[in-house]
Design a protein around this ligand. Structure first.
Ligand SMILES: *Cc1c(COP(=O)(O)O)cnc(C)c1O
Length: 431
């Protein structure tokens, strides 16, 4: 089959015969039947081989954005299943009439957070876009230069503000912003002060930023709106320097925004809580319809909210993973080490929370460190990715590193089998 001209690199499977006929018509040698069959098989593989599939996350990165951030809880998965067919997304069973999408999720969010009103949209980026476009369009919003973040995947605070038709007024410097910087920027065009959690990086050393309470007070004294983008959505308690929603609402911010699929441990969603009059304005904006969440997300969100309300954080895979101690992980890691023979050893290390939470910090873990020789670590990682299910691991200094924090314990045996299959025989047996 002629390949040199690059035309055979990829073909829609149904067109392979057409191209072969055309080439033959142009005087090229007609392909052999086996070549044709192989081309069709490759084309079908190329078309469907990239479909989403379940993987074993052996990286220890709990909120791995490329692997779908928060895994859903069992009850959330059941709720998604139940909602997948006909469901009551906009139907009121008591009256038999049309119901309002998201009513229960809103009530649960208010109950959980104590906020007067709530709204759930597609993701936190959409929540910010909606809030800015509704409340500050054509006006100025003041943000510290230390908070003009890029989260990744095209999400940048200045770009969102531009898309919302808002004029960004940057104040302070990258490392230091004072309350007076905010105060000096306020004029008759100012609509809002915005505080953004610089979630995925940390500025160390000579730094300063005003307390949230001081910024809120300043906003109120000028009758300006105050929006807090918390990012990861830690509701309460303490986890490194993560801001909590409870503290934000205690300081009386007008609106707080956070993601559903980070520390909240649910589906992709943007959750907005705060003042009822403002939330009502957001809900009336046509943009709200464009960024609304679908029935599957809503079902998972309701189930996740129920877990939080019942104080059953251990329902949520993210929290089960975060709460594991090295003592929890060591016996599992040791069994895996034993199953892999002499190539594997244990060592202390750290798991990363990910998803823009706890930058620069980690959770102590026990890592399984595997010597891939005589194969290279790149080869072993590729074999792991080609396994069924694929296993995603890390490498460090020529070694393959497995962190069981993010592996459900009932998959330990499966992971051991896949790892054995991916390692060269010599690596497995040298005890
Ligand atoms: C992650 C994050 C976002 C974006 O959230 P998505 O739900 O992914 O859209 C926005 N702001 C902050 C501070 C974040 O950490």
């Amino acid at each position: 089959m002629p390949r040199g001209d690059g035309r055979w690199s990829w073909r829609p499977p149904r067109r392979v015969l057409d191209y072969a006929r055309q080439d033959a018509g142009d005087g090229h040698r007609p392909p052999h039947l086996d070549e044709l069959a192989e081309t069709v098989t490759n084309a079908v593989d190329a078309l469907t081989g990239g479909r989403m599939c379940a993987v074993i996350n052996a990286t220890g990165v709990v909120l791995h954005t490329n692997l779908g951030r928060a895994p859903l809880s069992r009850s959330a998965i059941e709720a998604v299943n139940a909602a997948a067919g006909y469901s009551t997304i906009e139907f009121d069973l008591r009256t038999g009439r049309r119901g309002k999408r998201g009513t229960t999720a809103k009530s649960l969010l208010c109950e959980l957070t104590g906020a007067p009103a709530a709204l759930a949209v597609n993701n936190a980026a959409a929540a910010l876009l909606l809030a800015l476009a509704t409340l500050a369009r054509g006006r100025e919003v003041v943000v510290s230069r230390g908070e003009l973040i890029e989260i990744g995947g095209e999400f940048r605070i200045p770009a969102i503000m531009e898309a919302a038709g808002v004029k960004l007024v940057e104040v302070g410097t990258t490392n230091r912003t004072h309350l007076s910087d905010y105060a000096d920027a306020i004029n008759e065009r100012t609509a809002m002060l915005m505080v953004v959690h610089p979630s995925n990086y940390r500025i160390e050393g000579f730094t300063a930023r005003p307390q949230l309470s001081a910024v809120v007070k300043l906003a109120k004294s000028h009758r300006l709106l105050m929006l807090h983008d918390l990012g990861s959505g830690l509701l309460d308690g303490a986890l490194g320097n993560e801001p909590t929603l409870k503290a934000s609402l205690r300081e009386d911010v007008d609106l707080a925004v956070f993601s559903g699929d980070k520390l909240f441990g649910g589906p992709q969603a943007g959750l907005i809580v705060g003042r009822a009059d403002l939330v009502a304005r957001l809900a009336r904006n046509p943009v709200a319809r464009a960024v609304r969440i679908d029935k599957l997300t809503l079902a998972a969100l309701e189930a996740t909210l129920m877990s939080h309300l019942a104080d059953r954080l251990d329902d949520l895979p993210v929290w089960r993973a975060l709460r594991l101690t090295p003592e929890d992980i060591r016996p599992r890691a040791d069994r895996l080490r034993a199953a892999l023979g002499g190539a594997a050893s244990l060592r202390p290390g750290v798991s990363v929370v990910g998803g823009g939470s706890l930058p620069g910090e980690g959770l102590p873990s026990v890592l399984v460190d595997i010597d891939p020789r005589p194969a290279s670590e790149v080869t072993v990682l590729a074999r792991l990715r080609a396994a069924s299910p694929p296993v995603i691991a890390r490498t460090e200094r020529g070694r393959v590193v497995v962190d069981l924090r993010t592996v459900p314990p009932d998959q330990d045996g499966l992971l051991a089998r896949i790892l054995r299959g991916a390692l060269p025989a010599a690596a497995r047996t040298t005890e």
